[in-house]
Ligand binder design. Sequence first.
Ligand SMILES: [Zn+2]
Length: 326
Amino acid sequence: MDELPILPTTVIGSYPRPKWLREAIRLHKAGKVSDEELTEAFNDAALAVLHDHYLAGIDVPTDGEVKRDEMVEYFAERLGGFKFYGPVRVWGTAYYRKPAVVGKIEYKSPLLVDEFNYTKSVSYTPNVKITITGPYTIAYWSYNEYYKDMKDLVFDLAKIINKELHNLVDAGARIIQIDEPAIHSNKKDVSWAVEAVNEAVKGINAKLVVHICYGDYRIVAPYLNEFKVDQINFALKIYNYRYLELFKKYGYEKELGLGVIDVHSRRVESAEEVAKDIKNSLEYFPAEKIWINPDCGLKLLPRSIAFQKLVNMVKGTKMVREELKK
Ligand SMILES: [Zn+2]
């Protein structure tokens, strides 16, 4: 990993897919675009996202996860033991193909190594981040029709994720983020769910990050220091930062990824607003321990808005860096 400025800027992972990629996927399903052509389209889309991140000035980019349809489905499709029924409605008119666990989870072949190798080969910085969905979230968003209890399923998934992380590190991954948006869904599960994440990252020599977003952080706050990772990033802007006080109360001591962009709103935060929010957070945690990121993935926003939000996020961060120099 190369040296980073103070208050490094990053993204959570996903970014809007270029419209033409959605069209290429549709044509591939219809048999009008070959596998090889689709791979090329995926790679070109990753390049386009990295270029947006470069133009915005992001210190630690991703490829926008443009090669993954969805954060659980992608993994369930590639592991043994899963089966898909029909789509379930998650909200409004949004549907999600919920996988079912029908046998012992098996690691068949690397999941993200090709994706990472391509991203690394075209990235403008070696400080590229690779994201993977965590064991609790994969299990929580699937039907369990095989394991006696959910805990057994989660720990089997943790072992498999650990194998994948070893392969990613061997391929050169230096910054790895485990996405666990569901980890605070059930109060009685949190303590062992954190243990499962620790099992997933066991022996992994990389900068390790956990992403936790929407929900009640009071459930997970007492356990945050138990994660064996370097950093946790959170959706905070949407809650007007009210959880910072809670993290401080529990003596949170890792790096904090500060969500300063509301990804559920099309309103573009100004650079001044971002700067003000960062400065307020400095009343709770030292600048040396803070990274700057959006609340969550930007996937569901129009691309032009997602881009402008990142541009202003970086501008606002640079304003604070200048002030810190004085
Ligand atoms: Zn999220």
